[in-house]
Design a protein around this ligand. Structure first.
Ligand code: ZN
Length: 153
C-alpha cells in the first residue's frame, strides 16, 4: 500500500502542525467553545487524558498482545491474537496474523469483522489517497495455519 501522505514531501511538511492542531488544539477548543467547559479542563481531559489513554492502549499491542491470546498462524513467535487489544486499539490486536503476514495491509484475516483501521484504509483508497493494498491469499493463510499454527482457528 502506498500512502499519499507519507510518500509526498509536499504533504509531509504539514505533518507536525497537523498533529499539534488535531491532537491538542482542536480537542481543547471544542469543549471550551461549544459547551462552555473551562480551558483548563478541556486541555487536561479532552486533550492530555485522551492522548494518554490512546497511547497506553496502543502500547498494549506490543505488551499484552505478545503475552495473552492464541497463535493460530505461527505458534513459534510471541505475538498473539487478543480480542481485547483488537477492541481497544481499533483492530490492531490481530497480532499473530500481523507478524506472520506483515505485508497484509489489513493486519487481519477478517478485514470486515471488527477492523476499523482496515475500514479507514479502504476509505482512503476509495478517496484515491492510498493505492496498491496487499493481502495474503486464502491459500497462503490456510497453508500457514496447517504448517505452524497452534490449531486454535
Ligand atoms: Zn509485535
Amino acid at each position: 500500500m502506498i500512502c499519499v501522505w507519507c510518500s509526498n514531501p509536499q504533504l509531509l511538511k504539514y505533518y507536525k502542525i497537523t498533529v499539534v492542531l488535531m491532537c491538542f488544539v482542536v480537542p481543547t477548543l471544542v469543549p471550551w467553545y461549544i459547551w462552555g467547559e473551562s480551558l483548563w479542563n478541556s486541555y487536561f481531559l479532552a486533550s492530555i487524558l485522551r492522548y494518554t489513554i490512546s497511547l497506553n492502549v496502543t502500547w498494549l499491542v506490543n505488551s499484552v498482545a505478545h503475552m495473552y491470546g492464541n497463535r493460530p498462524y505461527d505458534k513459534h513467535i510471541s505475538p498473539r491474537q487478543n480480542p481485547l487489544v483488537t477492541l481497544g486499539a481499533i483492530g490492531e490486536g490481530f497480532h499473530n496474523y500481523h507478524h506472520t503476514f506483515p505485508f497484509d495491509y489489513s493486519a487481519s484475516e477478517f478485514g470486515l469483522n471488527f477492523n476499523p483501521t482496515t475500514w479507514f484504509i479502504d476509505f482512503m483508497c476509495w478517496l484515491g489517497l492510498a493505492t496498491d493494498r496487499k493481502r495474503a491469499t486464502k491459500q497462503m493463510i490456510e497453508a500457514r495455519k496447517a504448517r505452524t499454527g497452534d490449531g486454535s482457528a
